[in-house]
Every structure is written in structure tokens, then in C-alpha cells.
Design a protein around this ligand. Sequence first.
Ligand code: UD1
Ligand code: MG
Length: 511
Amino acid sequence: MPQPHLRTVVVLAAGEGKRMKSALPKVLHPLLGRTLLGHVLTAAAPLAADRTVVVVGHGAEQVRAHLSEIAPDATPVLQAQQLGTGHAVRIALEAVPEASGTVVVINGDVPLLRAETVAALVAAHEGEGAAATVLAAEVPDPTGLGRIVRDAAGRLEQIVEERDATPAQRALREINAGIYAFDVARLRDALGKLSTDNDQGEEYLTDVFGLLGSAGEPVAVHVAADHTETLGCNDRVELAGLRKLLRDRVNAAWMRTGVSILDPDTTWIDVTATVERDAVIDQNTQLRGSTVVGAEAVVGPDVTLIDTVVGAAATVLRSHAVGAEVGPGASVGPYAYLRPAARLAEKAKVGTFVEVKNSEVGAGAKVPHLSYVGDATIGAKANIGAATIFVNYDGVDKHRTTVGEAAFVGCDTSLIAPVEVGAGAYVAAGSAITQDVPPGALAVTRAPQRNIQGWVARRRAGTASAAAAERAQRAAEGASGAAAAASEGEPIHEGTETVGGPSRTGDTATE
Ligand code: UD1
Ligand code: MG
């Protein structure tokens, strides 16, 4: 004998959402971190229902697959033909014959609904012992919605669809939000009596209110304090409108917890992301999925973080990150791309035009410019010069590179994996490293430099280069013999900010 249910939630999600003009069923469209259906189920979750039934129809397989991911305990029930909201609820209740107590019915396309509002509706309904209670709202534009029709004493008389309404009823601005609480026994009874005598020839769930009311059963209206919660969405223009409303709601909530959002109009934070106190979110920033931004971190402008964790006091500027971890005090960007499993330890730096994938960058280590770091482990305080490439792919397999603590890799180096650069080792700029470098060693793989004197005058005569070289030569001849002698054979330094490295051989690295 199954236990009787005290609360059942029914979500109506069988409609196609024709006006979305989409291959995706309407309820699966995304809205700041969840699908429309995901938002509705989240709002209903605190009711702790014994059973949750989701009526599926259009795109049933897609909706079922999504449900098994986000709400595996929910029961999908197929409504093969969409014969109306009343028909949908009737089918849903057939799947839970043992249900007793309260049934909460929610249209699948009202994603801004708050959990507190559903809870208040149910509390009012159960408190009053009503047979049926509808969530209503006063809206500025009621076009297309069902109207709440009250009698002279203000009691609910019926809910009338716009297409079936008289001109006087159409002028009403109090609408049916599509969210209801019912006593299940009386609901079943009334659903059995629904007619299809309306403009659409459908079984309207809303007709239950008129039926119960005229049979003397207590029917009630619960008015939502914030009408924006009740907004549905029928096309992508309306969906974009809901997205802005939700963005503002989310941003306001974070600002009230102590987060600075410098430009709330261009900051988009998924409902699933988290931001800690005193973090600063600068403009044009998106925090998506399971992203967490730590206390006092500065993120933005122009940053997208997806499923990424940013530690306390880190900075991320004009960058894109997916599935990455940025340690406390670390610095990223401008123009960095962190891919899945990029892990930056405390105070690490990943700078401009640097891509990092499946790699650890150790504490205080730096990859400041123009590099690709793939499948690598970089030790603490190592310095990776500009244009270093971790060559991880041989066309078939990926291989790892390890760079030891405080190692120094000169600019324009290829580290051809699998390979290891030992702790404290140096790699000369312009090297292609294919063999392990022992700790403390200097590895150089360049061909020695050859200067062919007078080549430009002979082979490029008449060019601007030849003229410039001739002028320089004359000036040098005019100068003191000692200075002219000293300038011969001087190595050519390629970098601008040169530091460290054996400068006798012209090795440079940037910091
Ligand atoms: C419905 C209400 C209307 C209310 C509005 C609020 C009815 C008759 N009208 O109108 O009073 O103001 O919602 O948004 O209920 N669905 C099914 N199976 C069906 C028909 C619909 O699952 O056979 C689902 C849809 O997918 C949708 C929800 O029920 O999620 C509402 O259906 P929809 O066609 O959007 O009803 P509205 O015309 O908006
Ligand atoms: Mg609708």
C-alpha cells in the first residue's frame, strides 16, 4: 500500500511554444544558468513535494533527457496531444492515483517565479482550507492572459481567457499567473466536468474555478506582490525581456551582500554562480555556470568566466575562462584564454595573449606574454618567457611537460613534450628543447650567429636598408676610432625588457 501524498507538484510543459520558432521545446530554452523548466522546478523545490509530475508532449524525449539530469526524481507524464491545460492536469493526476492533500500546478513558462511566492500561495491556500487558489497579479499590460473576474464583494467568480472575454472583462488588469494550489480530491472531481465549449475547443484548467465556485466550494485568489514574477514568455523577444529582469534581480541581490557591480546593465551573472564579499565586477562581464568569484577579487571589464573558480584578491582582466581555477592573488589577462583544467596557484600570473589548458602554473610563476601552455606542470616561481610554446601534441597523442621550481625559460622557446626542465634550470631564448634539462643547467639549441659583412650593400643595393646602412657606416667612420672598434661584434638583443640570462650569448627573456 503506497503512502498517501500530502503534496504533489505538477508542471505543465507539453506545449510547443510555437512563437519561439525553435527546434528546442520552449521550456528548454536557457535563462541565466537554468532552463525555463529548471527555474520553475527550483521555485517549487522548497515545497518538498512527495511527487513532482512534469507533463511532457512536444519534444518529449529532449525534455525527459533534461529532466533526468536536473530532477531525476520527477516523473515525466506524456500528454500525446495538447488538448488544453485542464486535460494536461487530468493526465498528470492519473499518474498519481494515491495523491492526497494539495496539488500545486505551475505553467512551465514562468521562470521568474520565486520560491517564496509559491510557498506563500500554498500557505494561504492550506490556511484558508480553500478548494482552489489562483496566483494573480495586477499587470500593466494584460494582453493575451486570462483575467480574474470578481463579484461585487471581491470574491473570485471565474477566470476568463482573453479570447472568450467580454470587452468589460478585457479591461481588467488582474490576471491569472498560471500558478495554482488545489485540494486534489475536489480538483479531480471538477476536472471530470470540464467542457471544451470555448474559442479554442480545449479543456481549460481555469474553468475549474468557476465550476467549484458555483458548487459552493471556497475558491481564493492570492495576489503576487511583484507582478514581474508572473511574466510568461511566448517568443524570444519576451525571453530577452525576462533575461534583463532576472539579471537586475540577481545583480541587486549580490550588491546587497557586499559585491561591487560597476555596471549592472552589462553584468550577467547566472543564478548558479557565486560572488563573495568585496569582489568587484567591472563592466561587460559574464559569470556563468558554477563560477565562484572570491572575496576582493577584481573581475572585468570584458571577462567571461564559465564554471571557473577565482580565488580571493585575484584579478582577471579582458579574458575568457572555461573550467579553470585561478588561485588567490593570481593575475590573468588582459586577453588570456584559460581552458578546462587550467590551474593557477597563488599569485601566479598568466598575461597577454596566453592560452593555458590542462596545466598547473605554480605559486608565483609567470607566463606573461604570447604563449601556449598545454598539458604542463610549471613549478613555483618559474618564469616562462614570451612566445614559449609547450608543444604537447604529436598528431596522435598528447604529452606532458614539467618545468621545475624557479626555472627560467627564455623567449621563443619550444618545449617539445614529453620533456622536463629541472628546478632552477635555464633555457636559452630561441631553443627547441627535446631532451630533459638537468636542474641548474643551461640548455641552448641554437645555431651560432654569423654576421656577413657588407651583404646588404652587395645584394640589396639601392634599397632604403642599403642607404641607412651606408649612413650608419659613415657616421661610425666619423666617430672616434676607439668607439668604432668597440661597436664591432656586439651581440644583437631582441627583447625590449631584457633581464637575466647569459647576455654574452644574447639570451633574453622578458619579465
Ligand atoms: C494560460 C492560462 C491563462 C493564464 C496564462 C498565464 C489556461 C486555459 N489559461 O494561458 O489564464 O493567464 O496561462 O501564462 O490555462 N500546456 C500543456 N498541455 C496543453 C496545453 C498547455 O502542457 O495541452 C502547458 C504549456 O506548455 C504551458 C502551460 O501549459 O507551459 C500554459 O499553456 P499556454 O498554452 O501557454 O496557456 P496560455 O494561453 O498562456
Ligand atoms: Mg502561456
